[in-house]
Design a binder for this molecule. Structure first.
Ligand code: 5GP
Length: 212
């Protein structure tokens, strides 16, 4: 099997982390792409686990050295995806999931159109507002800006392949799991060279490559 990329977007507070964390133990070949950010860590966040927390200068240097697959500014802070991890994991046959905003997703769509694009929706704007306040990690002003941003982001759902409504964590996680497993079963992700090798003793196994 070839590895592939899953891009997960959705408003801040939609529950992307909770949904992903529920799926990781069930799919061992699913790896998380840890982003670089200039945002300060929230309580409980650990450098190298949740994000690589870096200064503006360090972020600029990474851009200059062409180490980022995509990058964007979101509500005043910069975010980016380290390139080598994604390529190495896909090469190794793993699926890589990244939690990135709509600007980053648009860049990935240009570079890697074979990636899978999933949008996670909170059930209602009111519930999103409650979740952001309950998280208690952002100031009133940041929460206001994130809520305003969510209305803009949701307009871009039409550019995604799948949507999940996160009204129930268990169900939303199961839906993401099913999407990943189904995508993994696509014939165009099958390593035909390897299949040919395995089946070489069989009766004239020929595969016609299509334009897919
Ligand atoms: P937060 O600060 O709440 O962790 O993330 C804010 C937003 O930045 C979220 O929408 C999240 O998806 C997005 N984000 C996190 N990492 C990246 C990244 O590497 N690239 C881009 N473009 N967005 C990211």
């Amino acid at each position: 099997m070839k590895g592939f990329l899953i891009v997960l977007s959705g408003p801040s507070g939609a529950g992307k982390n909770s949904v992903m964390n529920a799926v990781f133990p069930t799919i061992p070949n699913l790896k998380y792409s840890i982003s670089v950010t200039t945002r300060p860590p929230r309580a409980g966040e650990v450098d190298g686990v949740n994000y690589f927390f870096r200064t503006e200068e360090e972020f600029d240097q990474m851009l200059k050295d062409d180490l980022l697959l995509e990058s964007a500014t979101f509500v005043g802070y910069r975010y980016g995806t380290p390139k080598s991890f994604v390529y190495d994991q896909i090469e190794a046959g793993n699926a890589v999931i990244m939690d990135i905003d709509i600007q980053g997703a648009a860049q990935i769509r240009e570079k890697m159109p074979e990636a899978v694009f999933v949008f996670l929706l909170p059930p209602t704007p009111e519930e999103l507002s409650r979740r952001l306040k309950r998280r208690g990690s952002d100031s009133e002003e940041v929460i206001r800006r994130r809520l305003a941003k969510s209305h803009e982001e949701i307009k871009h759902i039409v550019d995604y392949d799948y949507y999940i409504i996160n009204d129930d964590l268990g169900r939303a996680a199961e839906q993401l799991r099913q999407i990943i497993l189904s995508e993994w079963s696509r014939v165009n992700r099958l390593d035909l060279e390897r299949l040919r090798t395995v089946w070489k003793g069989g009766s004239s196994v020929e595969y016609t490559e299509t334009s897919r």
